[in-house]
Design a protein around this ligand. Structure first.
Ligand code: F6P
Length: 614
C-alpha cells in the first residue's frame, strides 16, 4: 500500500512535473487569451462609451439648439449614463429657462407666452392662486343675482393672468349670493361669459371677517405699511382671527393641491402667515408670495407687536416679490433688524432656519391692450357721451380721479390742489371740472367713514365757493363703476391726477395711459407711487405740496398736443412692453428655474450613493 502509495505519489510527482510543464504553456495561452479579451472589451467599452458620449453630446447639442426634446435623453442605452443624462436634462431646462429670462425682451408677452411657460418650463405643474379678494362677487338684489368685479389693483392685474393660465383661485367668498353660486365643493367657474378658471371660495364668519380683514389687515397692516399718517391699530383678538383665517386658507390650499409640489401664488398682506403654514405641510411646494402694498422701513414696521411672526410667515416663501427695489431693501433691513437670518443683498436672498427665500422686484402692470377697451366708442365719442351724462357743456375741460375711497389715495390733497388752481387761475372757473369716482371701500371701519365725510365736505366747500348754476368744479361720484365705464371716463378726460400719499404701484396711472390710443391727455402722478418710477414722462408731483400740484394741473391743461403725444407715446410703449403677462411670466420663469435647480441637486444627491455602492 505504502509502495503503491509511494508509487502513486511518485507517479503523481511525475504527473505533476508533466502537468507543470503543460500548465506553464496553458498559463501563457490563458494570459494571452485574457489579454486579448481585455483588449477587445476595453476597445468595445471605449467605442460604446464614445458612441454614448457622442450620442449624449449630440443629444445635448440638439437640445440646446432646440432640435430635440429633453426626454430623448432618457433613452440613453448606457445605464451608468442615465443619472448624468437626467441631470443634464434638468440643467438644459434650467439653462433654457435662464436663457429665456435673459431674452425676456424678445418674448411677445401675452396670454400665449404665459401658457407656453406653464407648458414648457413648468411642464404643466399645478398652479394655485390665493388672495383674500375674489375676482367675481355674486351679489343679491331682490330676486336678481348680479356679478360684480371689485375695484382692486390685485384683481385688475391677476384676472387676465388667470384667464390665460386656468387653474384655481382660492379667495374669501364675500358676496351676499356667493354661497348660492358655488357647487358642493365651493367651486364656481368664471368669467361668467367665458368660463376659463375656477374660484374656490373660503367662508369666514362675520366675526372672523371683522377681526382678520377689517381689523388686523386693514386697521393694522394697511396704515402700518402705507405711512399715510393714520395710526395703525393692533388688537390681540384681531390678531387671533388673522391667525385662524390664515390657517383656514392653508387648509384649503392643501385640500385643493393634487400634487406634493404645486406652485402656490400667495397674494398680499391679508395672508402673511400662509407661506409658512403651507411650507410646513407641503415642503416641496414652490411658494411665490407677492406683497401688493409698500413695505416700510424697520422703524415703522417695528411697532407691530407680532412682527417676528409676520416675517417668519413670509419667509416660508420660495420667492417674495415687491413692486420696487426700495421695498425689497426695506424688507432686507427689517429682517436684518428683527430675525436671526443671513441676509445677502448681493444675491437677493435671505436664509432663515436653513431655508432660503429669494426677494425680488416684480413691478406689476396691466393687460395691454386692456379687455375693457374692446368695443369702446372713439375717444371723441367717449368725450361727448361722458359730458352728456354729466350734464355739462361739450367743451368743458375734464380732470379725472379714479380710486377706492381710501385715505392713502390723497383725495383730499387732490381737491385742495384743484381749489388752489381755481384761486390762482380763475379763468378755469366754469371751464374746468374735476370728476372724482370713488368706489366705496372698507366702509365699516371708522377711519374710512370719517374719510368719506371729509371728502364730501371738501367737495361741497369747493363747489360752494366756485360753483354756480349748471357748474360744479368737483363732481364727486361715490359709487361702484365697472371697468368698461371707467375706461370711457379715461378716454373722455383731459387730465388724470393720481395723488396717492403712498402706493405700492397704482394701476390707475397705467390704465389711463393704456386707454389713450389717441396719444392725448396728461397724467399727473404722485412721486410716492411705484408707477412714478416707471412712468417718468408723467408730470410727477409731491401731492402734499398743494402749490406744486396746482401748478402741475395748470401745466397739464395748457400742454400742447405734440408734447402730450410725445409723453403718452413713450409711456404707452413702456406699458405695452412691461404688461401684466410679463409680470406674471417673470415670476413663473423664476419659479421654474428654482424647481429645475432643486431637481438637479436632488438627482445629484440620489445618484452619488448609488455610484459608491456599485
Ligand atoms: O392694489 C392692490 C390693493 O390695494 C390690494 O392690496 C387690496 O387687496 C386691493 O387693492 C383692494 O382692497 P380690498 O381688497 O380691501 O377691497
Amino acid at each position: 500500500m505504502l509502495e503503491g502509495r509511494q508509487l502513486g505519489e511518485l507517479l503523481i510527482v511525475h504527473d505533476m512535473s508533466f502537468i507543470e510543464r503543460r500548465s506553464a504553456d496553458t498559463k501563457k495561452y490563458i494570459f494571452y487569451l485574457f489579454a486579448a479579451i481585455a483588449a477587445v472589451v476595453a476597445l468595445l467599452t471605449v467605442v460604446i462609451a464614445e458612441l454614448s458620449w457622442r450620442g449624449l453630446i449630440a443629444g445635448v447639442k440638439a437640445l440646446i439648439s432646440g432640435e430635440r426634446d429633453a426626454h430623448a435623453l432618457d433613452g440613453t442605452r448606457v445605464p451608468e449614463l442615465r443619472p448624468i443624462a437626467r441631470d443634464l436634462q434638468a440643467l438644459v431646462r434650467d439653462l433654457a429657462a435662464e436663457r429665456r429670462s435673459r431674452d425676456e425682451s424678445q418674448i411677445g408677452w401675452g396670454p400665449d407666452a404665459l401658457r407656453r411657460i406653464l407648458r414648457e418650463d413648468l411642464k404643466g405643474d399645478e398652479v394655485l392662486i390665493v388672495s383674500n379678494r375674489e375676482p367675481y362677487i355674486h351679489v343679491r338684489h331682490g330676486n336678481v343675482i348680479e356679478i360684480q368685479q371689485p375695484a382692486s389693483g390685485l384683481v385688475t392685474a391677476l384676472e387676465p393672468v388667470m384667464r390665460a393660465c386656468s387653474g384655481t383661485w382660492i379667495a374669501h367668498g364675500s358676496g351676499s349670493a356667493d354661497r348660492e353660486a358655488v357647487d358642493v365643493n365651493d367651486h364656481v367657474m368664471v368669467p361668467p361669459e367665458h368660463p376659463a378658471y375656477r374660484i374656490r371660495r373660503v367662508w369666514l364668519t362675520k366675526k372672523e371677517e371683522q377681526g382678520y380683514y377689517y381689523g388686523f389687515a386693514n386697521e393694522g397692516l394697511w396704515p402700518l405699511c402705507h405711512i399715510a399718517h393714520v395710526r395703525p391699530t393692533f388688537r390681540a383678538p384681531d390678531w387671533e382671527h388673522y391667525c385662524t383665517v390664515n390657517r383656514r386658507f392653508a387648509d384649503v390650499v392643501c385640500d385643493e393641491a393634487r400634487t406634493e409640489d404645486p406652485i402656490v401664488l400667495v397674494h398680499d398682506y391679508h395672508l402673511a402667515l400662509l407661506p409658512r403654514l403651507v411650507r410646513q405641510r407641503l415642503p416641496r411646494a414652490t411658494i411665490i408670495t407677492f406683497w401688493h402694498i409698500p413695505w416700510p422701513n424697520p422703524e415703522a414696521f417695528g411697532i407691530l407687536p407680532w412682527r417676528e411672526a409676520v416675517l417668519e410667515g413670509l419667509l416660508g416663501s420660495s420667492i417674495l416679490g415687491f413692486h420696487t427695489q426700495f421695498h425689497c431693501h426695506n424688507f432686507f433691513d427689517t429682517v436684518d433688524r428683527f430675525l436671526e437670518a443671513r441676509v445677502d443683498r448681493e444675491s437677493s436672498t435671505i436664509i432663515h432656519g436653513g431655508e432660503q427665500t429669494e426677494v425680488r422686484r416684480y413691478p406689476i402692470s396691466i393687460e395691454y391692450p386692456p379687455a375693457a377697451l374692446a368695443g369702446q366708442p372713439t375717444v371723441t365719442e367717449c368725450g361727448s357721451q361722458i359730458r352728456a351724462r354729466l350734464g355739462v357743456s361739450a367743451d368743458l375741460r375734464l380732470g379725472l380721479g379714479i380710486d377706492r375711497l381710501d385715505y392713502t389715495k390723497g383725495i383730499l390733497e387732490r381737491f385742495m390742489a384743484i381749489e388752489r388752481l381755481l384761486e390762482l387761475e380763475p379763468r378755469w372757473i366754469g371751464k374746468f371740472s374735476f370728476v372724482q369716482i370713488a368706489a366705496p371701500s372698507r366702509s365699516s371701519i371708522d377711519e374710512y367713514q370719517g374719510f368719506e365725510a371729509k371728502v364730501r365736505a371738501l367737495a361741497d366747500q369747493i363747489n360752494g365757493r366756485f360753483g354756480r348754476e349748471g357748474y360744479q368744479p368737483v363732481i364727486l361720484k361715490v359709487e361702484h363703476h365697472d371697468a368698461r365705464q371707467v375706461y370711457t371716463y379715461y378716454r373722455a378726460a383731459d387730465v388724470c391726477y393720481v395723488s396717492s400719499l403712498h402706493d405700492g404701484m397704482n394701476l390707475v396711472a397705467k390704465e389711463f395711459v393704456a386707454a389713450r390710443e389717441d396719444e392725448r391727455g396728461v397724467l399727473v402722478l404722485s412721486q410716492f407711487t411705484g408707477a412714478a418710477r416707471e412712468l417718468s414722462e408723467a408730470l410727477i408731483v409731491n401731492p402734499y405740496d398743494i402749490e406744486q400740484s396746482a401748478a402741475a394741473i395748470q401745466l397739464a391743461l395748457a400742454m400742447p398736443p405734440e408734447e402730450q403725444r410725445a409723453r403718452m407715446r413713450s409711456m404707452r410703449n413702456l406699458i405695452q412692453e412691461f404688461n401684466v403677462y410679463r409680470w406674471a411670466g417673470r415670476m413663473l420663469i423664476d419659479a421654474a428655474r428654482m424647481r429645475h435647480r432643486s431637481r438637479v441637486l436632488s438627482h445629484a444627491r440620489s445618484a452619488r450613493p448609488q455610484a459608491v455602492s456599485r
